[in-house]
Ligand binder design. Structure first.
Ligand code: NDP
Ligand code: 2IT
Length: 449
């Protein structure tokens, strides 16, 4: 890892001591501090005011018990989290993740990233994240519902449309948000539509929210490519994951004239040089909630299914990691570069390891970090909050247009900050600086908070 100046190194040491064993959080903080090195040289007041250290400390961290009863009548227990990281710009905002790998360090890194991401959208939303180590795989509808109800029975007291507004993330989609919303409404006796986003359209959700993260990633990729007079049209695209973000990135890239040749899940990947069959993919993954191996089985000849393989071995001009953190490492980066990759944009949060990011940047590959490239999801959540507040609902076309304008703004903010600090085209630096400055300035304006 590149060195930090002595003041930032000391600050980082204190973050390590205060958050022992939370490797993902350490990684996310280190990356931001590296970018701030340049800022503190030009603006020592950010160090002197202590604002950087305060920005690394969550406002509130909630950890709670989630008891529930499985279909056999056995009592089960999981742990729930909500890290309310920063509310300088607006209500705490960020998704909920259900995955067995969830622990405080994962939720804290996600909430930290979310704070800067939300700032980059230019919208009035603070940063938070939550979730549970609950594993939805193999659970029945009834078990999922009872689990969501039990989670909300504790979490509701911390939420509110002006306080903290959760949404989905890994393992949490429209179905789970519906169960969470229903329980919130029962407990509070309020139809407070703006307390959760990612709701179904029948529950005053927003058009385009489901599509927004994946669409936004592709829009951001187009803006990066445009700086080199290129477009997605005619490119081969490889995507990791086959969940919400991946599926809609695949759909939008295909609409833009690209050929999506591969995608994955945690057990393997499919490779289809002529392009994936979107109808079948959505049927198997979104509607039936099946594994990717089932897609391959039904697709038959013409598709290769590689169990346990690395999707990044598939040659492509554009790579979109849309599964999970640290899923693309140095070996993968070398392979992608060797295969001629031109642009990488992160649909997932922190999917690329720091050393792999360095390799891409040294090789001149366009690299869009998650806090910029995947900001379209939370931005459309903020549009859902706007519609809920005004008891309105917007058309798909209008909402997508708003999303496109927001993604253009996110790209612009990153590009401008990178240029201002002498590193044009460095979107990692640009995103961290532009996001930090907006949050830091809002905090400073509110006194010692
Ligand atoms: P989903 O649960 O819909 O899909 C997750 C996908 O990633 C699945 O294909 C899953 O495979 C795979 N995956 C998850 N964990 C792992 C793992 N440990 N190893 C390998 N593969 C894994 O989640 P989303 O699509 O919503 O989220 C994907 C990423 O995008 C996450 O990083 C999330 O934080 C980020 N994100 C999500 C947003 C949203 O609005 N939903 C917004 C911005 C970012 P399998 O089914 O085999 O587990
Ligand atoms: O990582 C993310 O930005 C999300 N999971 C979406 C958060 C939101 O509040 O829509």
């Amino acid at each position: 890892m590149p060195r930090l100046n002595s003041a930032l190194q000391a600050l980082y040491g204190r973050v390590l001591r205060r958050n022992p064993g939370e490797a993902e959080f350490h990684q996310a903080v280190h990356e931001v501090l590296e970018s701030l090195d340049l800022v503190t040289m030009r603006h020592p007041e950010y160090l002197e005011s202590g604002i950087i250290e305060r920005i690394c400390e969550p406002e509130r961290q909630i950890i709670f018990r989630i008891p529930w009863v499985d279909d056999s009548g056995k009592v089960r227990i999981n742990r729930g989290f909500r890290v309310e990281f920063n509310s300088a710009l607006g209500p705490f905002k960020g998704g909920m993740r259900f995955h067995p790998s969830v622990y405080l360090g994962v939720i804290k890194f996600l909430a930290f990233e979310q704070t800067f991401k939300n700032a980059l959208t230019g919208l009035p939303i603070g940063g938070a994240k939550g979730g549970s180590d609950f594993d939805p795989k193999g659970k029945s509808e009834g078990e999922i519902m009872r689990f969501c109800q039990s989670l909300m029975t504790e979490l509701y007291r911390y939420l509110g449309e002006h306080t903290d507004v959760p949404a989905g993330d890994i393992g949490v989609g429209e179905r789970e948000i519906g169960y969470l919303f229903g329980q919130y409404k029962r407990i509070t006796n309020r139809f407070e539509s703006g307390v959760l986003t990612g709701k179904g359209l029948s529950l005053s959700g927003s058009t385009v929210r489901k599509e927004a993260t994946g669409y936004g990633v592709v829009m951001f990729t187009e803006h990066m490519l445009a700086t080199r007079n290129k477009t997605l049209d005619g490119c081969r695209v490889v995507v990791s994951g086959s969940g919400n973000v991946a599926l809609y990135a695949i759909q939008k890239a295909t609409q833009m004239g690209a050929t999506v040749v591969a995608c994955s899940d945690s057990t393997g990947y499919v490779h289809e040089p002529k392009g994936l069959d979107l109808d079948l993919l959505f049927q198997v993954k979104e509607h039936e909630r099946q594994r990717l191996s089932e897609y391959a089985r039904r697709r038959g000849r013409g598709v290769e299914y590689v169990e346990g393989g690395r999707v990044w071995n598939v040659p492509a001009e554009v790579a979109l990691p849309c599964a999970t953190e640290n899923e693309l490492d140095v070996e993968d980066a070398k392979q992608l570069i060797e295969n001629g990759v031109v642009a990488v944009a992160e649909g997932a949060n922190m999917p690329t390891t720091p050393a792999a990011i360095d390799l891409f940047q040294e090789a001149g590959v366009l690299f869009g970090p998650g806090k910029a490239a995947n900001a379209g999801g939370v931005a459309t959540s903020a549009l859902e909050m706007q519609q809920n507040a005004s008891r309105d609902s917007w058309s798909f076309e209008y909402t997508e247009q708003r999303l496109a304008e927001i993604m253009e703004g996110v790209h612009e903010r990153c590009a401008t900050a990178a240029e201002r600090y002498g590193r044009p085209g460095d979107y990692v630096l640009g995103a961290n600086i532009a996001g930090f400055m907006r949050v830091a300035d809002a905090m400073l304006a509110q006194g010692v908070i």
